[in-house]
Design a protein around this ligand. Structure first.
Ligand SMILES: [Zn+2]
Length: 214
């Protein structure tokens, strides 16, 4: 069980080799870190996350579910207005292993109409090879170096902070979730994680925004 947890919390080398075109971590010795938030935006959680980030002067990247943006377009605008980056996380939070490549791609393209970002992160961190091959022609695939597992009701906020402390390293891309599922742990774990990272001398960076695309 603990092996499985570690496997999820930090994707192993084999997994990284399977998706050579995806970004898991930025190769740097500088103490910088990339906070990312998946599965939003939702009115109950996202604005509170934005307030926490503002309080610490942190810029981050939000991988949004297209259907949430369709329902709450003002939240996407607010995330951009506050200086963060956004990415595509499919229209319906599709699990790549459960659908064919063509359907997957059309779901991502539907989300693109609402989100309009060149960044894509697959839900559950998984894609079929063919899906990855098709997507990488249009998007930069962004995976992660560390999953906080803030969504797990088996964890406490302390556990989530411990995961951040245990796995963070220079260039890490860290996953949190601005979702109702994560909310009970996130609101406490996020400020504490930021404070710990700042104390360790980390600088926070976000991925590039659509308007910065070269
Ligand atoms: Zn997700």
């Amino acid at each position: 069980m603990s092996f499985l947890r570690r496997f999820i919390e930090r994707p192993p080398l084999l997994f990284r080799i399977l998706f050579p075109e995806a970004v898991f971590r930025f190769g740097t010795k500088e103490k910088c870190i990339y906070l990312t938030f998946d599965d939003g935006p939702v009115p109950e959680v996202t604005p509170r996350v934005l307030d926490i980030l503002d309080r610490y002067g942190v810029k981050a990247t939000f991988f949004m579910v297209g259907d949430n943006v369709r329902r709450h377009p003002g939240l996407l605008e607010e995330v951009l207005r506050r200086g963060h980056a956004i990415g595509n996380h499919t229209m319906h939070h599709l699990q790549g292993s459960r659908v064919k490549a063509r359907r997957y791609l059309s779901d991502v393209r539907e989300a693109d109409r609402y989100i309009g970002s060149h960044l894509f992160r697959p839900p559950h961190g998984w894609l079929r090879w063919k899906q990855a091959a098709m997507l990488k022609r249009e998007f930069t695939l962004v995976m992660y170096d560390l999953v906080t597992r803030d969504y797990s009701r088996h964890l406490t906020a302390d556990d989530v902070v411990r995961n951040v402390m245990h796995y963070s390293r220079p260039g890490s891309i860290v996953v949190f979730h601005d979702s109702l599922k994560s909310e009970p742990r996130l609101m406490d774990a996020l400020p504490r994680s930021i404070e710990w990272l700042k104390g360790e001398g980390y600088e926070f960076r976000r991925l590039s925004r659509p308007d910065e695309r070269l």
